[in-house]
Ligand binder design. Structure first.
Ligand code: OGA
Ligand code: MN
Length: 285
């Protein structure tokens, strides 16, 4: 899709791999249907979109998110008072733990993982705190036909256990968010295909994120690890990635069916505060 196909917005690609900035939209004023259609199309084309210099309240962010679909409820962090779908992602000056600090796809451990994540920057460190994105469609396309055959029909066991389970890393983490412990959700396990078909574009993408995957179906953990490690390294190799530098008022929206992302932890001594909303997705196939 080229840029001429957008009449109401300007779409500026961020890298050769994925991502685009959208210009000419004031999210606080609301997005009409025709403009939303273009935003949605750009989102499917580029997998992650960025809107700079927005000033949106949690209610305005919620209204925009609802245009993408029904909103999800994040099980593990208490939402903002009065905004049940908005969770704060905060790292204080002296916090060591970093939310999202490893390549992953959001909530892939659910039976129906969220399709979209919206992240809005309220406070940003003077340098650092960028987010990396990797294109899982490009990563899949670049595999050999032999490897694609091996992956065809392969499923993996997804779980939040390593992060949010009874002995998960978040139990000991020093971050300031109010956690909601829910072991039935933290320890649940679901099988998802390692190669998923995007329900809106029909394109195939690698779907495997190490923090949330335990092993392949029918295999032991140590049997699964070598192939999991290869796929993870392959999928997050530099040619498939981009890096977004936040400024206050930036809003990113990414497609968890087509990207993985990674929050950098390189701003010790500074505070970073974001609001996040997730939009419900379907059972991956
Ligand atoms: C998230 C996440 C990335 C960041 O909110 O899902 O991974 O840079 N955040 O804060
Ligand atoms: Mn995330």
């Amino acid at each position: 899709m080229n840029e001429q196909s957008y009449g109401r917005i300007k779409v500026v690609p961020s890298s050769g791999a994925l991502g685009a900035s959208v210009e000419g939209v004031n999210l606080a004023a609301g997005v009409d249907d025709a403009t939303f259609e273009e935003i949605h199309r750009a989102w499917l084309d580029h997998h992650v979109l960025f809107f700079r210099d927005q000033r949106i309240s949690p209610a305005q962010m919620t209204a925009f998110a609802e245009q993408f679909g029904e909103l999800d409820t994040y099980p593990f962090i208490e939402p903002l008072p009065g905004h049940p779908h908005v969770i704060p992602i905060i790292k204080e000056e002296d916090t060591k733990f970093n939310f999202g600090g490893g390549w992953h796809s959001d909530m892939s451990y659910q039976e129906k993982p969220c399709k979209a994540t919206l992240l809005y920057a309220i406070q940003i460190p003077p340098r650092g705190g960028d987010t990396l994105f990797a294109n899982m469609t490009a990563a899949y396309d670049a595999l050999s036909s032999g490897m694609k055959q091996i992956l065809d029909g392969l499923k993996a066991v997804f779980t939040a256990s390593k992060v949010h389970g009874a002995s998960g890393v978040y139990r000991k983490a020093d971050h300031p968010m109010k956690m909601q412990q829910d072991d039935s959700k933290g320890e649940a396990r679901f099988l998802h295909p390692v190669v998923r078909t995007h329900p809106e574009t029909g394109r195939k993408a690698l779907y495997l994120d190490l923090p949330h995957v335990e092993r392949f179906e029918g295999m032991r953990v140590h049997e699964s690890q070598p192939l999991m490690n290869f796929l993870y390294q392959h999928a997050t190799a530099p040619p498939f990635t981009m890096r977004f530098q936040w400024t206050v008022g930036s809003l990113a929206i990414w497609d968890n069916r087509a990207v993985q992302h990674y929050a950098l932890n390189d701003y010790a001594g500074f505070r970073r505060e974001m609001n996040r909303i997730t939009v419900q997705g379907d059972v991956p196939y």
